[in-house]
Design a protein around this ligand. Structure first.
Ligand code: ATP
Ligand code: MG
Length: 765
């Protein structure tokens, strides 16, 4: 092993003393509790390299848990780079689910399965749940399968099998039958030789509890255990780890309570606090130097997260330059926001900023549609991380298939896609019959169906279902002649049962899919007719993901965990969207704090530049609403942010102070255009007038009138300050007023330069 010594020195070099301690404290429990960008993941990777290089462990002795498969691949590559071929292999490096599956396949028979068991997708799971409910003669309308599924999921996340559910909880569903239903569901899974996602961990727990020899074998095998993103483990994962770690007790977990963003999926940040209790004598190591972000970004992120009450609290410092302030810009609506964002990327590109170092992080995936459309229009190469591109999403392709047939009854590919989606009992056998007939007659499938339902070729039930579908398409095709195409699309999604299919789905992503479908319907309004819309989509889809590595990354904030980019765009910082109303409604204060952690995760992805934006008008559930900037914006420390207005908003001086609101416009055609409300960002920065008075107004009459309304309400009482006055600001010192916009002033400070400030922060100087 002597030959490895020089390499050892090389990989340890550059670590700070605490990091080095976290790497070299190989034996015994270690908890690294540290903020974003402090090198936690780097510590884990180096630790694995160190274990291998010093021959403390062989790659297959190490269990390393990452949060995503992508992170697992990257970690493997980095270990390889650190210790060369010795680090190859790592069979036990992966996500909880991947490792759980591997273990279960080896011992399937001990938990009543065969090793080739199936892992059920969510729709199969739901169907099974329905059968179980029906078997017990329970009214599914009253006690929906979805509710049962989420209860069972919750129990599994907490490591509870059917016999362990507290009686009170088990009784809450269907007059005391919840527990029995859970047991029946598990029994059905077993007969099908199938498991659901929750079982991948739960059945490991059962395996180990019932077979101490198997547990001991794994406890011996895993000499070293490492866990990244520990703050997002749920109870089942925690129990799983704790059982395994009882062997050698060499368990190293790294995490950050401020980045816990999966509470809605059962993650328990308390696991961090319990670590020291469960592993007495654990070395707890804190890393305080952030290596990722420049000063202002770190200050903004730290200032924001300080507003959370439920946190351990920690210091973070950077030795980087202060760098650029976090910018905040307002846009008129989400379309303009997407346009400005893309323009901003283009100007960065012009300065040779690599696109691969730019990320756009959104709160919900439906936000991606306008941004992607813009990118495609401009030919900006991009990739969507953690999911497909908007128009490639399964639910969007399904919706498109319905529309394609409506526009073109000969579109057989589309017909095949949706004939049994949602499931309506028109399975493979029916499709084959249709195919046979269509081929022999040389006609498209839909026409074949139309003819077949007039014969006795089909079973009566199939025949009536298919007839209904065929008639629906006839009706929809007729509707497209008279009704607005987006309304027809809405009708199709409802009448076909497609929307309902997702409404009934209880999987975590169902709500997101419904939002995507709404966004899809809404996007159609931008086109004169269905044909134009379908042509646009075809073009977008054809702009196949650009080759090569230099692409902008687009993803949700949840998918951004652990990643870093030079420049990060954070659009959609509006109350309701972010913090997200659903999180607030469901979890109240805890929900708000989780949203704030999500915002913190977003900001801390940036190395050099973080650019926030919001739109003052957004279509929510198909209705235009005026929005107010996210409360998170008000919570950012003033000294680290720059409020930037889109050039169009503030270029022409005169129109900017237009205080003559026109009456609320009735000329604007869109139904549901809601009366713009006053911007009530009380006390904080008032952005209400940000998009107002754009010099180059839009062609449509409505928005401009709304702007007037917005300005009138947001500017409030006239400021006591006027141009040319000398003023004093507690943070920026003395300066001269350069412009007044209601209570918002542009001031040329003697030292700090030009800033936007609120008059309440100023004194006459
Ligand atoms: P997160 O909480 O976001 O997951 P993290 O704590 O896992 O962050 P890393 O991703 O490991 O942080 O590190 C952040 C960045 O800092 C990486 O680019 C990493 O290479 C760099 N870094 C970490 N430690 C050092 C060091 N000692 N010297 C130089 N760069 C470092
Ligand atoms: Mg990390």
């Amino acid at each position: 092993m002597a030959g490895l010594k020089p390499a050892a020195a090389a990989y340890l070099e550059g670590l700070n003393p605490e990091q080095r301690r976290a790497v070299e404290t190989t034996d015994g429990p270690v908890l690294v509790l540290a903020g974003a960008g402090t090198g936690k993941t780097r510590v884990l990777t180096t630790r694995i390299a160190h274990l291998i290089a010093t021959a403390k462990a062989r790659p297959f002795d190490i269990l390393a848990v990452t949060f995503t498969n992508k992170a697992a691949r990257e970690m493997k590559a980095r270990i390889g780079a650190l210790v060369g071929p010795a680090g190859e292999g790592m069979p036990w490096l992966g996500t909880f689910h991947a490792i759980g599956t591997k273990i279960l396949r080896r011992h399937a028979e001990l938990v009543g399965l065969k090793s080739d068991f199936t892992i059920l997708g969510t729709d199969d799971q739901l169907r099974l749940m329905k059968q179980v409910i029906a078997d017990q003669n329970i009214d599914e309308k009253r006690w929906p399968a979805r509710a049962l599924a989420s209860a069972i999921d919750g129990w599994k996340n907490r490591g509870l099998g059917p016999e362990q559910v507290p009686p009170g909880e088990a009784g809450a569903f269907a007059f005391g039958k919840g527990g029995a239903l859970y047991a029946a569901y598990q029994a059905r899974l077993a007969t099908l030789n199938a498991v659901d996602f929750g079982d991948l961990l739960l059945l490991c727990l059962k395996l180990w509890r019932e077979n101490p020899d198997v547990l001991e074998n794994y406890q011996q095998r895993f000499r070293y255990i490492l866990v990244d993103e520990y703050q997002d483990t749920n109870v089942a994962q925690y129990l799983w780890l704790r059982l395994l770690a009882q062997g050698h007790r060499n368990v190293a977990c790294v995490g950050d309570d401020d980045q816990s963003i999966y509470g809605w999926r059962g993650a328990e940040v308390d696991n961090i606090l319990r670590f020291e209790h469960d592993f007495p004598g654990a070395a707890v190591i804190r890393l305080e130097r952030n290596y990722r972000s420049t000063g202002h970004i770190l200050a903004a992120a730290s200032g924001l997260i300080a507003k959370n009450e439920g946190r351990l609290g920690k210091t973070l410092r950077t030795e980087e330059v202060p760098g650029e302030r976090v910018t905040i810009s307002g846009a008129w609506d989400s379309e303009e926001e997407a346009r400005l964002l893309a323009e901003s990327i283009e100007s960065l590109q012009a300065t040779k900023h690599p696109l691969a170092e730019i990320a756009v992080l959104v709160r919900i995936s439906a936000q991606m549609r306008e941004i992607e459309d813009r990118f495609v229009q401009l030919g900006l190469p991009y990739r969507v991380i953690g999911g497909p591109r908007f128009y490639e999403r399964a639910e969007i392709r399904d919706a498109l298939a319905y529309l394609r047939i409506t526009a073109n009854p000969a579109d057989d590919l589309a017909f095949e896609r949706i004939i049994n989606t949602p499931k309506r009992g028109l399975g493979d056998a029916t499709l084959q019959q249709l195919h046979g007939y269509a081929r022999s007659e040389r006609i498209p499938l839909l026409l074949a169906a139309r003819k077949l339902v007039e014969t006795d070729e089909l079973k009566p039930r199939v025949r009536s279902t298919l007839r209904a579908l065929v008639e629906s398409f006839t009706r929809w095709a007729r509707a497209i002649e008279t009704m607005p195409h987006s309304e027809v699309a809405q009708t199709i999604l409802e009448e076909s049962g497609y929307t309902e299919m997702w409404q009934k789905d209880r999987s975590a992503d169902a709500a997101g899919r419904l939002e995507n479908l709404k966004e899809f319907v809404r996007s159609m309004e931008e086109f004169p007719d269905l044909a134009a819309f379908l042509e646009h989509v075809a073009l977008v889809m054809d702009a196949s993901e650009a080759e090569g590595a230099d692409r902008v990354s687009l993803m949700t904030l949840h998918a951004a965990k652990g990643l870093e980019f030079d420049t990060v765009f954070l659009p959609g910082w509006e109350d309701g969207l972010f913090p997200n109303q659903r999180a607030l409604d469901e979890s109240g204060r805890a929900g708000l704090e989780e949203e704030r952690r999500l915002a913190h995760v977003g900001l801390t992805r940036a190395r050099k530049r973080a650019k926030l934006s919001f739109a003052v008008n957004r279509r929510i559930h198909g209705l235009w609403s005026s929005t107010i900037p996210s409360r998170f914006i008000d919570e950012l420390p003033e000294a680290s942010v720059d409020v930037i207005e889109a050039p169009a908003h503030f270029s022409a001086g005169a129109s900017r102070f237009d205080r003559n609101p026109q009456p609320f416009g009735s000329s604007y055609g869109t139904p549901g255009w809601q009366r713009a409300q006053a911007n009530t960002s009380a006390g904080g920065r008032n952005f209400g007038s940000a998009p107002g008075g754009r010099a180059a107004g839009r062609s449509a009459g409505g928005p401009r009138q709304i702007e007037g309304e917005l300005i009138a309400k947001s500017t409030g009482s006239p400021s006591a300050f006027s141009g040319g006055m000398r003023v004093f600001h507690t943070k920026f010192g003395p300066g001269t007023v350069a412009g007044v916009d209601g209570n918002k002033l542009t001031v040329d400070f003697d030292k700090a330069g030009r800033k936007m400030v609120l008059d309440s922060f100023l004194q006459p100087g």
